[in-house]
Design a protein around this ligand. Structure first.
Ligand SMILES: *Cc1c(COP(=O)(O)O)cnc(C)c1O
Length: 317
């Protein structure tokens, strides 16, 4: 298998920039994880880089993953596999058949896309892995969204990176907001905070799809998995803020207000945000701060990527 030089070492810090426009009565900063220099960036690259280091220790022939073929996750994994000279097998739920820019990228990397009904996913993955083994190949499976220990670990590292940047700039963010989906990003940030012992700030995951009951449990399970024996000592429920009040009609839905805010951020800051994750979460953040009457705080928003989705909206998909 080939090396990816970028992933051989820890990724470079992503910039934190202060916003110029007014988005409520706080000072806003954005951490540009969308600018990670691999395949249009985003949080899936941070996660993939951790899986990369694990895969390099193995004799993997084929990287398997689960996710919609239009997802940011599948784009990054398919690119990583292509760059490593490995085969890539994506198992995709048949219910999500939209052909978006990410789909075209996944195809261009030569990934095999296998669709099956969402109810048969676990079985399909098991069958396919067994079939590869029978052929004498070594499959490496990455969970949907890069969920799991490595995914969490990548955002524990991102949390430390934020602390270093704060120290250097003489800043302390009172809040960190981000879009929360499968929950690994949030789990990593919260673990980072619990491990560093800084209890003074709030990390708020704005749910883009899941309700709080399900979403919180998944994040909490990831935190428990990561902290292992330290979980009971370090974790308290008040650290885990999974806000589900801005999901609108669920995954992928958005309103004209979300679009207006996205257009304003692009015009005033030059920062592209998509409607499924980042723009929707940024909108949720402004509403959250307004409704909780939070003012005069330093607020960091983590831009988790999704650049191809920005163009999907522009071309009317
Ligand atoms: C996957 C994704 C998220 C959600 O991250 P999770 O770790 O799954 O919660 C947020 N933003 C973008 C752009 C994503 O692709």
């Amino acid at each position: 298998m080939r090396k990816i030089e970028l992933f051989e070492r820890e990724l470079d810090e992503t910039p934190i920039q202060m916003l110029s426009g007014e988005y409520g009565h706080n000072r806003f900063f954005v951490k540009r994880d969308d600018c990670i220099p691999f395949c249009f960036g985003g949080n899936k690259v941070r996660k993939a880089a951790e899986f990369y280091r694990d895969i390099r220790k193995t004799d993997t022939d084929v990287i398997m993953t689960y996710g919609s073929n239009s997802s940011n996750h599948c784009r990054i994994i398919a690119n990583m596999a292509a760059a490593m000279g490995l085969a890539c097998h994506v198992i995709s739920p048949a219910e999500h058949r939209e052909r978006l820019y990410n789909t075209r990228l996944v195809e261009s990397f030569g990934a095999v896309i296998e669709t099956c009904p969402v109810t048969e996913v676990a079985e399909t993955i098991r069958r396919r892995e067994a079939a590869y083994r029978t052929e004498g190949k070594v499959p490496y499976f990455i969970a949907g969204g890069g969920h799991g220990y490595h995914g969490t670990d990548s955002y524990v590292k991102a949390y430390r990176e934020i602390e270093c940047q704060e120290k250097r700039a003489g800043l302390h963010f009172d809040y960190i907001f981000h879009a929360s989906g499968t929950g690994a990003t949030q789990a990593g940030l919260v673990c980072g905070q619990l491990l560093s012992g800084d209890g003074k700030r709030k990390i708020v995951g704005i749910s883009i799809a899941r309700d709080a009951a399900r979403g919180r449990n998944v994040v909490k399970d990831s935190i428990r998995e990561y902290l292992a024996d330290d979980f009971d000592k370090l974790y308290t429920d008040d650290r885990l803020i999974f806000e589900d009040g801005y999901r609108l009609e669920g995954y992928g839905s958005y309103t004209e207000e979300v679009e207006r805010l996205i257009d304003r951020v692009m015009a005033l800051e030059g920062i592209p945000m998509d409607t499924t994750y980042v723009g929707k979460a940024f909108y949720g953040m402004t509403e959250y701060l307004r409704s909780h009457e939070i003012a005069d705080k330093d607020v960091l928003f983590i831009h988790t990527g999704g650049a191809p989705l920005y163009f999907d909206r522009l071309t009317g998909r």
